[in-house]
Design a protein around this ligand. Structure first.
Ligand code: NAP
Length: 278
């Protein structure tokens, strides 16, 4: 059986922790404190983005934590207005500067932004940065299979990671299987599914929580791990940051997994990556 506390191996051989701390809507000052708390708890994957406006705080926490940089898996993302080879390269350099580091573990294209038609060229720039040692792995976010195939057609490889909206209300079984067949790791954003409705109050979740003596949040995070996903819950509360990391001492049964899978609504809470909003 897979040890879910051990890193997964990406398609380029890089090891990536399966659980990380997400920093969306965590401001720069707050980010420093929160990431320090996450690193002290034991998280070794930190997820930020140039769009979050908190790379300076994240970088201060990582660099001041006492955890060797080589033990932290640091991810950031290139925003939509920096697609294209030159702009993406400049955006990467600016992120490295703000984060106070000379390399990233994973750099993602935040959205495919198909209306610009530049995501394959942008991905090629990421591969060049990887060759130069500025990033260890090149990935994407919010890509649909058609975008992933277009990248593959253009550059001959699939991205190492696709970070997508994924939670019990939108659990993406087809995409997960499609990506697994092609060696693309699935990373879940919005994993607690709290944007609309409350996954954590669903009877399928609370019953499993009660059965295992865990919290609803821990049950949902464990559900992601057992589906083979990398998961990056966010909390601004130190107690929840710690709680969300304690997910390795129990396992959901097949029936509990199926009951949570059945919460699927087929509806995204975020925007459609294939549309023109981004
Ligand atoms: N690539 C993309 O386009 C994209 C989009 C969205 C997010 N992301 C990434 O994914 C990360 C996670 O997504 P997210 O921040 O949108 O949502 P999330 O992690 O699913 O949920 C965060 C919300 O859940 C609450 N929460 C956290 N732990 C809890 C627990 N144990 N019990 C009850 N409530 C809990 C938090 O409140 P408190 O803070 O009050 O604890 C917060 O309101 C982001 O931070 C970001 O790094 C990426």
């Amino acid at each position: 059986m897979t040890d879910l506390s051990a890193p997964i191996e990406l398609n380029d051989g890089t090891a990536m922790p399966r659980i990380g701390y997400g920093t969306y809507k965590v401001g720069d000052d707050e980010a420093q404190q929160a990431v320090e708390a996450a690193l002290a708890t034991g998280y070794r994957l930190i997820d930020t983005a140039e769009m979050y406006g908190n790379e300076v705080g994240v970088g201060r926490a990582v660099n001041g934590s006492g955890v060797p940089r080589s033990e932290v898996f640091l991810t950031t993302k290139v925003w939509n207005d920096h697609h294209g080879a030159d702009k993406a390269r400049a955006a990467l350099e600016a992120s490295l500067e703000r984060l106070g580091t000379d390399y990233l573990d994973l750099y993602l294209i935040h959205w495919p932004s198909p209306k610009q038609g530049l995501y394959a060229e942008t991905f090629e720039a990421l591969l060049k940065a990887k060759e130069e040692g500025l990033i260890r792995s090149a990935g994407v976010s919010n890509f649909l299979p058609e975008h992933l195939d277009a990248v593959h057609d253009a550059v001959g490889v699939y991205p190492s990671v696709n970070q997508v909206e994924l939670h019990p209300y939108f659990n993406q079984p087809e995409l997960r299987a499609w990506q697994a067949e092609r060696g693309i790791a699935t990373e879940s954003w919005g994993p607690l599914g709290q944007r609309t409705g409350s996954v954590l109050a669903e009877p399928a979740v609370t019953a499993a929580a009660e059965a295992h003596g865990m919290s609803p949040g821990q049950v949902v995070i464990r559900w992601h791990l057992q589906h083979g996903c990398v998961v990056i819950p966010k909390s601004s509360k130190a107690s929840r940051i710690a709680e969300n990391f304690e997910v390795f001492g129990f396992a959901l049964t097949g029936d509990e997994m199926a009951a949570i899978d059945a919460l699927e609504t087929g509806k995204r809470q975020g925007i459609d990556p294939g549309g023109n909003e981004r």
